[in-house]
Each structure stands twice: as structure tokens, then as C-alpha cells.
Ligand binder design. Structure first.
Ligand code: GDP
Length: 294
């Protein structure tokens, strides 16, 4: 994952390894290389500039202990800053409510339906009873897809064939969940090719009506900066609590993972790492930073 970025960062830091101490001059050169590596990885320019300025300030502010080489010290500074960039707090999912309602939002093809099933499976493994609700009224195949996935993980799916009101389906789904004592309801919604007015109005109305404990925005990591721009576009119109970054297994660069938190100010809560329904991980910024730095 993010092999080029890892290699380029390692190369940049390596130049400091032979040096006796950290100075303005050698740090400036290294930081420049780091910025270049981040931009090549499709990290948002402003984010790359901010983090490299912070790395420089912090590295210069540190006294090098006899036991720590400039290279080691610098690696630690970079690791801390990358972690901070991706969000230092541990992301958690809010399951308040009886049932707790989780609303999924995102563009078509982002991996929303797959993630809805992955999350249902993840919660089921924590002994929660879950209902999946198919609210994509435009693509009958989406409800079918959810039924197929639900069967694979043995989670019930609520849908209404030929019904054209997403709000009503959601409400009936929640009613059904209450009657069947489900603890969590995951609502899969319609996606679009782009952020359009109709979709935003529908999802906002859904959010106002069902008042979810958690609204998650699903975005495909493989589209890099476009993922960040889409998340930003959504957030200007729809409040969401966290981001799900899917297809990280296919993302060779890392730009979305590194910049989305800083641009949108919302944490990445989960990552999708494959097409299987178990390919879901909680997102740990510190582990990701360590992975990037090798
Ligand atoms: P939706 O339109 O947003 O509901 O998207 P889907 O859930 O139908 O996913 C679109 C495609 O992306 C499907 O072929 C999924 O198998 C695939 N997909 C979803 N998540 C991941 C992931 O984390 N990794 C990979 N490699 N593929 C994924």
C-alpha cells in the first residue's frame, strides 16, 4: 500500500541519517523532498504545505539526545505529524438509540452497499442484531444486491419492491426493526454519478426524518483528490459524522487517506480493503502512519 510514497519518504529521510545533527539547512532540504513525495501521492497541496511546515518547526525544536540519531528523531516527528494529520483520536461509532440508526451516504459506485453489508457483519460479530434497509428507489438492482449480501452474512434485509418513496421505506424499515427487536438499522441510500440537487435533498430529508445516531459518508480512495473534493461538496450540504474510505486495497498513492481529514475535519472511521464482506477495518491513524513510514 502506498509503496511510492513510502519509498520517497524513506529516501528523503535517509539523507539526514548520515548527518551529525539536525540543522536549518539539512532539514530544509529533507522537508522539501517530503513535500514533493506527498504531492506526488496526490495529497492536497495546502495540506502538504501545512504538514511539512509543522514537521520542520517540530524537528528544529527538538534536542538530539546522544542515543537518538537525527534520522530516528526526524522519522518520529514525521510519524507524529502524519498521525495528527489523519486524526489522533480513536474513531468510534455511535450506537445510541433503540434501534441505533446508521445512515449511509455517497456517490454511486463508491462501495456504499458493500460497506453497509460489511458493517452489518462487523456489528453482528459483536452480537448486535442488525437490519439492513434498502432505500435506493432508483435502482431495483441495489435492493437485490443488498438481499444477496444480507443472505451471505445472515442479516435480514428490508425493502419494498416498486415503492417510490425512500423516506417511507426508511420509516417502515425502522418500525419493522422495532417490532423485531433489532438493535441497529443500517440504511443504504441512493447514490448518483455526481453530487446533484435531487440526491442531496433526498438524503437531507431522510436524515431529518430518521435522525440517525451516525451518518457515514462513503468514498472511494482510488479517486484520490476527487474523493476529498466530493466529501467537501457533500459536507457543505449534509452534516456527516465520519468517513468510510473504501477500496484502499486498490489505492496505490494515498492522497485521500492523508488529506481528507484535514480538508473536511471529519474522521475516517472505517476502511474497506477488499471486495469480501470481512474486508473492513477500523481506521487507526497511528498504524497507518507507521505503515507508510515502513
Ligand atoms: P455503491 O453503488 O456505492 O453501493 O457501490 P457497491 O457497493 O455496489 O460497490 C461498487 C464496486 O466496488 C463493487 O464491485 C464492489 O465489490 C467494489 N468494492 C466495494 N468496496 C470495495 C473495497 O474495499 N475494495 C475493493 N477492491 N472493491 C470494493
Amino acid at each position: 500500500m502506498f509503496e511510492n510514497l513510502s519509498n520517497n519518504l524513506a529516501k528523503a529521510i535517509k539523507t539526514l541519517k548520515g548527518q551529525g545533527k539536525i540543522t536549518e539547512i539539512n532539514v530544509a532540504a529533507t522537508v522539501k523532498e517530503i513535500r514533493r513525495a506527498l504531492i506526488q501521492a496526490d495529497v492536497n497541496y495546502k495540506v502538504a504545505k501545512q504538514i511539512t511546515d509543522d514537521i520542520k518547526t517540530n524537528a528544529l525544536g527538538k534536542d538530539v539526545l546522544a542515543a537518538v540519531s537525527p534520522g530516528q528523531l526526524f522519522t518520529k516527528v514525521v510519524s507524529d505529524e502524519l498521525t495528527k494529520l489523519m486524526g489522533s483520536e480513536k474513531a468510534s461509532i455511535n450506537l445510541n438509540g433503540k434501534p441505533a440508526i446508521i445512515l449511509m451516504a455517497g456517490l454511486q459506485g463508491s462501495g456504499k452497499t458493500t460497506f453497509s453489508a460489511k458493517l452489518a457483519n462487523y456489528l453482528k460479530r459483536q452480537n448486535k442484531s442488525v437490519l439492513l434497509v434498502a432505500c435506493d428507489i432508483y435502482r431495483p438492482a441495489a435492493a437485490e444486491q443488498l438481499h444477496v449480501l444480507g443472505q451471505q452474512i445472515d442479516v435480514e434485509v428490508f425493502s419494498k419492491v416498486d415503492h417510490k418513496d425512500a423516506i417511507q421505506i426508511a420509516q417502515e424499515g425502522i418500525e419493522y426493526a422495532k417490532n423485531t427487536h433489532k438493535q441497529v438499522v443500517i440504511i443504504d441510500t441512493a447514490g448518483r454519478q455526481t453530487v446533484d440537487v435531487g440526491m442531496m435533498q433526498e438524503i437531507k430529508k431522510l436524515q431529518d426524518t430518521v435522525k440517525p445516531a451516525e451518518t457515514l459518508f462513503v468514498v472511494d480512495a482510488m479517486v484520490g483528490q476527487d474523493a476529498v473534493t466530493t466529501a467537501q461538496g457533500f459536507y457543505e450540504q449534509l452534516h456527516f459524522d465520519g468517513i468510510v474510505l473504501t477500496k484502499l486495497d486498490g489505492d496505490t498513492r494515498g492522497g485521500a487517506a492523508l488529506s481528507i481529514r484535514a480538508v473536511v475535519s471529519k474522521p475516517i472511521k472505517f476502511i474497506g480493503t477488499g471486495e469480501k464482506l470481512t474486508d473492513l477495518d477500523l481506521f487507526y491513524p497511528d498504524r497507518m502512519a507507521q505503515r507508510i513510514l515502513g
